[in-house]
Ligand binder design. Sequence first.
Ligand code: NIG
Ligand code: FE
Length: 414
Amino acid sequence: MSHTKLPDNLDSLWLDCHLATMSGPERYGAIKDGALAVKDGRIVWVGPESYLPAGSIERAKETHHLGGAWVTPGLIDCHTHLVYAGSRACEFEMRLMGATYEEIARAGGGIVSTVKAVRAASPDQLYAESAPRLKAMQREGVTTLEIKSGYGLDTANEIKMLKIARRLGIDFPVTVYPTFLGAHALPPEFQGRPDAYVDLLVEEMLPAVASQKLALAVDAFCERIGFSFGQTERILAAAEAHGLKIKLHAEQLSDQKGAQLAARFKALSADHLEYLSQEGVEALAAAGTVAVLLPGAFYFLGETRKPPVEALREAGVPLALATDCNPGSSPTTSPLLMMNMACVLFGLTPAESLAGFTINAARALGLHDRIGILQQGKMADLAVWDINEPAELAYRMGGNPCRLLVKEGAALNI
Ligand code: NIG
Ligand code: FE
C-alpha cells in the first residue's frame, strides 16, 4: 500500500476492481476493492480504494471503472521459441504411433526439421507465421515475453530469427526479451562434429550476435540429444565473457548436471528440470537461479518424471512457469492452460502458478525491479480479468477471461 502523496496530475486511475499485486507474503498479495494510479507509464499509487487521497479523480486524465474485475500484473512468458516456421504435426502422429521425441531427433527430425523450415523462410514469411502467436499470447494477458533463436543454427539464420524477435517487439505493444540459443541442436552440416560447431558458435556466431546487440541472454540445450556438459560449459563461458546473461535448458530428458553448471555461472534460470537431482536443487538455491517449469512440454511429450517441486519449494528456489511455445514439444500460446497444467500435473497452487507467470517470471528475466508486481514505481503493465477470484485463472481448461491489457499505462485493444 502506498502512503506517499499523489502527483498533481495522473494519466489514469483504475477503480472498482480487486488487485492481485503479487507483493508481500500473502498469496496473491490481494487487495479487495482496490485502486491503482498511473503516471508516465508507471504505477504511482496502489491500495484500497477507500484510502485513495481526496481529489484523485479530479487529477486524473482518464478514470476506468472496472466493475469488480480482477487486475494482475501483465503476464510474463519467460521461455518461448515463438519465432519459427512450419509445424511438426506429422511428428506428433509418429509419437502417438510409438516413436519417442529422442528417436525422432536422432533420425534427423525434431528440432532439425524446424531448422530446415526456418532457413527456407524469408524474413517476412517468418514474421507472418510468428505474429499470430504473439497476438494470441497478448489476448491472454501477456505484456512481456522472452523469445529464443535456435532454429537457424548458422550465423545468418540465427541473426534472421533474432531480428524478427526484435521487429515483433517494435511492432507490438509488448516487451520482447531476446535470447541467443545457437546451441539448440547440432545442424546437419556438422553431423559427427559437435566440437567444430561449438567452435563456430563461440568464435563467430556469439560475437556477431553480441556486437549487434541482438540478444540479452544466451541459452543452450544441455542434453544427450543437445550439447554435453563440457560443450555447454564452453558456450556459457563465452556468453559470460560477452557480458550476456545466462539461461539453460537443463535436465529435461536426463540428468546432465546442467543445473549445477547454470548455478556456477549465476544463471538467471534453469529450465525444464524434470530430472533435477537434490544436488542440483541446492546449487540453484545457493546461486539464486530461478527454476522455470514447463508443464506444456511435459504434457505434450507424455513424460512421467516430474520436476522435484517439493524440494525446490523447501530450498526456497523461486518457481517460474512458461509456455515453451515451440512446434515440437509445446505447441501452445496459452499461459492460462500452462497454469492449469502446473497445478494439476506438478502440484503447484493456483497462487504459485500466477507467481510463475508474474513475479518469478520477471526474476527469470532479471526484470523484477520493473515488472511482475503491482507496486509503486513499477511499470503499469496490467491484465484485467473477468473472474470472481484469482484461482479462476488456473482453474479453467481453456476459455479466456482477459478483458483488457494495459501496457505502460496505455489500454490496448486486443
Ligand atoms: O524447450 N528442449 C529443447 N527445446 C525445446 C523443443 C524444441 C523443439 O522440439 O522444436 C523445448 O522443449
Ligand atoms: Fe525450450
